[in-house]
Design a protein around this ligand. Structure first.
Ligand code: CTP
Ligand code: CA
Length: 227
């Protein structure tokens, strides 16, 4: 069931949304992934489209579909591919919402054959850092101050401090905080409980469906885009 959206207040706006997990290839049959379902990003994409925006969705591997037509929909797999897509699509967006759970590390090398079980002993993988998409777009925003950047922070501890650090470090306009300590919030649920943190402070919202949470986030985005 889709939450009733406010008509047309994003008409003429171009919004890019990253969503889903990323898969970092280890060998032809294995990857490093995470528990992100992509549902929050898809709910945001539908909410934006329902309110008249031309939405460009950049999604990692998920089995979801949108209810509203997207302007563009790119499917990517790895953090590297998501970085390439998002940085090139940035110029054509009025606002970017980064809801993706992007891998922070990726294997140093991808084995071209399936890695075999060793007879004895431990095994380890060498990982290298991925590029931070949000931080790069935050850098690019310095040349395009009119563009609005929205990030997410999923935290287990020191939530507010960590989220504020990310807001500043990545040069975002606001950040949506999910606390994994809140029951019903996070990856596996159809509900979510968020706070929105910007340079004016923090606003807490009650537990709601992800579609309703999307409407709250987009209400905030619409206000920010007015200024
Ligand atoms: N993000 C991104 N590219 C990355 C990592 C994160 O665009 N390589 C974005 C996420 O989509 C999110 C925000 O940055 O909007 C915060 O992600 P998070 O993983 O919480 O922050 P990190 O800076 O990676 O910090 P850490 O994982 O150490 O908490
Ligand atoms: Ca991270």
């Amino acid at each position: 069931e889709f939450f009733a959206a406010k008509d047309g207040d994003l008409a003429g706006k171009k919004i890019m949304i990253t969503t889903g997990p990323t898969y970092e290839k280890i060998d032809p049959v294995r990857f490093i992934g995470n528990y992100s379902s992509g549902k929050m990003g898809f709910a945001l994409a539908d909410e934006c489209a329902a309110r008249g925006a031309a939405v460009t969705l950049v999604s990692g591997p998920v089995q979801l579909r949108t209810h509203y037509p997207m302007h563009q929909h790119f499917n990517v797999e790895s953090a590297g591919q998501m970085f390439e897509a998002a940085t090139s699509l940035f110029y054509n967006a009025d606002a970017v919402i980064m809801a993706a759970a992007v891998a922070d590390y990726t294997p140093e090398q991808v084995a071209d054959k399936k890695i075999k079980r060793e007879k004895t002993g431990d095994m380890s993988l060498d990982l290298k850092p991925t590029q931070d998409i949000a931080a790069r777009l935050g850098e690019m925003k310095k040349q395009y101050p009119g563009k609005v950047l929205v990030g997410f922070a999923l935290e287990t501890n020191d939530e507010r401090q960590n989220a504020e650090d990310k807001l500043n470090r990545k040069n975002l306009d606001f950040i949506v905080l999910n606390s994994l300590n809140d029951k019903g919030a996070g990856f596996r649920y159809d509900t979510n409980k968020i706070s929105i943190i910007d340079r004016n402070g923090k606003k807490d919202y009650p537990l709601k469906s992800k579609a309703e949470v999307a409407a709250d986030i987009i209400d905030h985005l619409v206000e920010v885009m007015k200024h």
